[in-house]
Ligand binder design. Structure first.
Ligand code: GLU
Length: 491
């Protein structure tokens, strides 16, 4: 364990913070917090065409929402262009980099010619390496644009990957890669190496998609005469079809999960499990537990599969473990952001909100679902019946059953209006009518909640109370009559 551990998260603001990026950020953060290190945030925004300040902000917001706090930064690479230029000039002076005046067209032509000769992979043929000093000066004077390339030495790059173990790459396979583009902007390789060195980064954890970049970057560290940091590459996340994870798999940005009603702790647990098993006996861990359990050596080399069912499971477990008051705060915040949950503002509903949260919380996969459902439990607004459910259960015979049950309930005094009694009545009514209890339960549930699923029906009845429950059944009967013309037997 290095005492001066310093890690970084270095997103490019060319898109939202997605699952892969969030996992990278989390693993760096856990590793850092576990080892009392420093966590630095750097925005790699040198790709001017694709980076936007809005995206930088969205990434920072997502980090904050997840609770992945940073100790230094955010630093923006666009503020540091002069630093990169000064450094690359030094490499030219030392003969470790050189100017390349080749145009894109010339390079394309050379590549095509190599392909025509049957060469499998073309790499830059160093035609500008040996340009005389005079020739270079002439072209510079004439204003020819040029890129700056790293002169890759012979030999090989070896390093010990923190996840994959020993890595070895022959330099022969690496072309003289570009450090500064002809448009005057530094490449990712150059800026990342200079920044990681100058910012004192000791360990870099990032996705496997960077594995091919690492040898080049180590060559650059060597060219500058710097000691490379430790590298660890996290296995690529796959979709359920075992293809590279993409939007196609319904994966969305981290902040979108927020609008869908997922809790940050659920996402942290979910992301942590993409490549690491924090333990096996609990559906989720607190942030402190995740930190104390984190072990880089336990990261799996296998590609994790992204499965939203797992996320739903973790989220639902967290929701059901939360206090009603705490959930109410979260629901209010969500309502503020995405709308809905009108009942939260309605004065007459206030005293029923917390009991309703208590009743419902063990069944909710996310807060959005919660918000959508709450109104039906705490206000007396007419329900909107689930269409499919209404087709199945609000039939003439369903109406008869509802009517009969309503009469049964009327016979119960306020004292007797318990889960046990209301259930006993329903079951004996079902028997008397010659139908399964389930058939009645479905119809009554739809009448009371508007939905086809709910917490235990008799708990719902008791929660609503005698008057409300009966009023809802009456309203359902009226609705059935108005909508289908069905008159329950006896009306
Ligand atoms: N900016 C790079 C990216 O977003 C990451 C750089 C790195 O981790 O080395 O992919």
């Amino acid at each position: 364990m290095r005492e001066n551990l310093k890690v970084r998260f270095a997103p490019s603001p060319t898109g939202y913070l997605h699952v892969g990026g969030a996992r990278t950020a989390l693993f760096n953060w856990l590793y850092c917090r576990k080892n009392n290190g420093v966590f630095l945030l750097r925005i790699e925004d040198t790709d001017l065409q694709r980076s936007t300040p809005e995206m930088s902000k969205v990434i920072l917001d997502a980090m904050k929402w997840l609770g992945l706090n940073w100790d230094e930064g955010p630093f923006y690479q666009t503020d540091r262009i002069d630093i990169y230029r000064d450094h690359v000039e030094k490499l030219i002076e030392q003969g470790r980099a050189y100017r390349c005046f080749c145009t894109g067209e010339e390079l394309d032509k050379a590549r095509a010619a190599a392909e025509a000769r049957g060469e499998k992979s073309w790499k830059y043929d160093r035609r500008c390496l040996n340009l005389s000093q005079e020739e270079q000066e002439r072209r510079l004077k004439e204003g020819h644009p040029y890129a700056i390339r790293c002169l890759v030495p012979t030999g090989k790059v070896t390093y010990e990957d923190l996840v994959h173990g020993k890595m070895e790459i022959q330099n022969e396979a690496i072309e003289d890669f570009v450090l500064f583009k002809s448009d005057g902007s530094p490449t990712y390789h150059l800026s990342v190496v200079i920044d990681d060195h100058l910012m004192g980064i000791t360990t870099i954890l990032r996705g496997d998609d960077h594995i091919s970049n690492t040898p080049k970057q180590i060559l650059l560290y060597n060219a500058f005469g710097w000691t490379p940091p430790n590298f660890g590459h996290l296995p690529l996340i796959l979709g359920p079809d075992h293809q590279k994870l993409s939007k196609r798999h319904g994966v969305t940005s981290v902040l979108n999960y927020k609008s869908l009603g997922y809790l940050p702790l659920a996402l942290l647990n979910f992301f942590a499990r993409l490549s690491w098993n924090p333990g096996d006996d609990k559906p989720f861990y607190s942030v402190e537990e995740l930190v104390s359990r984190f072990n880089l050596k336990k990261i799996s080399k296998n590609n994790p599969v992204f499965d939203t069912k797992k996320l739903d499971f973790i989220n639902s477990k967290i929701i059901s473990s939360m206090e009603e008051g705490e959930l109410l705060v979260c629901l209010r915040e969500l309502a503020e952001e995405v709308g809905g949950g009108d009942c939260l503002k309605s004065p007459e509903a206030q005293e029923r909100i917390k009991p309703a949260i208590e009743l419902l919380k063990s069944r909710m996969r996310n807060l959005k679902e919660f918000l959508d459902l709450l109104d039906a439990y705490v206000t007396d607004r007419p329900l909107e019946y689930d269409a499919e459910g209404a087709r199945t259960h609000f039939t003439p015979s369903g109406a008869s059953l509802l009517k009969a049950y309503l009469e049964d309930l009327k016979g119960l005094g306020p004292e007797e209006f318990t889960a046990t009694e209301t259930e006993r009545l329903l079951r004996s009514r079902a028997e008397a009518e010659g139908v399964g209890a389930g058939v009645m339960i479905h119809a009554v549930r739809l009448a009371l909640t508007g939905k086809t699923v709910s917490p235990g029906l008799f708990d719902v009845i008791v929660f609503l109370g005698r008057e409300r429950a009966m009023a809802r059944i009456e309203r359902a009967l009226l609705w059935i009559h108005e909508t289908t013309g069905a008159l329950p037997g006896g009306c």
